[in-house]
Design a protein around this ligand. Structure first.
Ligand code: CDP
Ligand code: MG
Length: 153
């Protein structure tokens, strides 16, 4: 079991796509184990995007990500980090494969709707930025026996 951080970015909220994007993760059999609507501050943006802070385009990214409320969520499931990243697709919506979230809904490099952690270390780091441990609520869905065979777990 893995956990990954998903952000439904301000463009996703403004475009009324929260439900449709979350439905994809639910449909896949992944578990939503934490979720909140929040406004990211410039300080939080710099922590989350620490690897990009010194890039020329970072100020534009910060203005975008702090420019409206977003939904932060923790998604759990087998190999969830890679699986969710694949479902989100390539960074630029114009390059993202059809069937991916960015490929189906996006045509921008910056306004690409969804953030997903890019590896297990990033996931652990980013989860701790957005959620306290007591805000995460693990549960076993009653449908679990029909999502994966017993010998796969
Ligand atoms: O989100 P992802 O890991 O696919 O892309 P990234 O290269 O780590 O960049 C983080 C985020 O910065 C992207 O999701 C875009 O929203 C934004 N970005 C941007 O505004 N301008 C760029 N030239 C590249 C990325
Ligand atoms: Mg990245």
């Amino acid at each position: 079991m893995e956990r990954t951080l998903v952000l439904l970015k301000p463009d996703c909220v403004q475009r009324r796509l929260i439900g449709r994007v979350l439905a994809r993760f639910e449909d896949k059999g992944l578990n939503l184990v934490a979720m909140k609507l929040m406004r990211v501050t410039p300080e939080l943006a710099k922590r989350h995007y620490a690897e990009h802070v010194h890039k020329a385009w970072y100020p534009h990214l910060e203005a975008f990500i702090t420019g409206g409320p977003l939904v932060a969520a923790v998604v759990e499931g087998p190999q969830a980090v890679r699986v969710v990243r694949d479902m989100v697709g390539a960074t630029n919506g114009l390059d993202a494969a059809p069937g991916s979230i960015r490929g189906d809904f996006g045509s921008s490099q910056q306004m690409n709707l969804v953030h997903a952690s890019d590896g297990p270390e990033s996931a652990a780091r980013e989860l701790a930025i957005f959620f306290q441990e007591d805000e995460i609520h693990a549960y076993r869905p009653t449908i679990q026996p029909w999502l994966r065979a017993p010998d796969e777990d």
